[in-house]
Design a protein around this ligand. Sequence first.
Ligand code: IPM
Ligand code: MG
Length: 396
Amino acid sequence: MDRIEFAKEHFGKLIEEQLKRIEKMNEEKEFIDYNSLGKITIGVVGGDGIGPYITEQAHRVLEFLLDNEVQTGKIEFKVIDGLTIENRAAQNTAIPSDVLEEIKKCPIILKGPTTTPRAGDPWPNIESANVAMRKELDLFANVRPVKVPESGIDWMFYRENTEGAYALGSKGIHVNDDLAVDFTVATYEGSHRIIKAAFDYARKSGKNKVTVITKANVIKTTDGKFLAIAREVAKEYPEVQWDDWYIDIMTAKLIDEKRRTDFKVMVLPNLYGDILTDEAAEFQGGVGTAGSANIGKRYAMFEAIHGSAPRMVSEGRGEYADPSSIMRAAVMLLEHLGKIDKAEALSKALDVCGLYEKKLNITGRTDGASSKEYADYIMETVKDPGLNDKWSSYIK
Ligand code: IPM
Ligand code: MG
């Protein structure tokens, strides 16, 4: 077939798919009510590389904190295997269908990192399991907190998770050897729900300030739409102040000590959110220290924001991987379940163990603590009735 005709047909299919996605978004208006479920199943998905090692430890800590709920049958944990790069490559798919079926039985998921292949890797160049999972479960809000109390940094990022350049990132087209085209997409529904989530959070948390980040001066259609919708949504929140910035200058302003403490809640399209949240996490000690929540109306998934570090595993160091990031994700999972006290205790224990007291050190090598030893240390610290005082004594 003529390549231009082929490209047109391909584009036509993409448009059809997106219109269908909009219909689905419109059907799913309400958030799931956990109280209406007899039992909440938390799926534990290890992923690749160091994923299974650190996820197992976060799972242990969660079982420990939710012991009562598990005993009384309100919560159950279910380990789901098979989201490995070997299995995905063998089946040539981002998420094997039997694994997806299991995952879909769990309204809440704790997930380890998964390897994302790219052209030239030994794996087939399949779509990222992360991106696919966010799309499949419609996890539209990628929520990432970054805090550095001593520098006055207290940021909350709302990254759009199902659209933008990533939604069609594996659906670009090589028209011929010379011409490659990718696509980016913004929908009214998709932009509106993430912007609304950010404003809701700004109101609920009392932060009362939202910064909308785009490149609407250049990417006029999709980013322009995102910004226009933000303007519309902002009108419904008169008590929430808001402003808008372009992603390039925003990236610079995060390192401007005078300016950066002004930012509170930030909402932005997918690609910019990916980049800016890695930069932001660096202020608090790197991506290894940050957790991430992926929230949709029916499902919520909590994950570490770092990669799967396959080299650590091939060098036999998997069990020495740092579980801090996935434990931060576990804090967000507890918050999401409404277990605020437990979330706070775990968060404080992570601060004490990782930032202040540091009785154990994780180095990623045999000279450091293992992931399991570290999880034991966290649990001891959580149990300590003096945890609050200890934590406050460090914070002062
Ligand atoms: C993240 C990761 C993923 C993303 C990758 C692994 C697809 O970088 O969660 O930020 O880009 O979203
Ligand atoms: Mg990223």
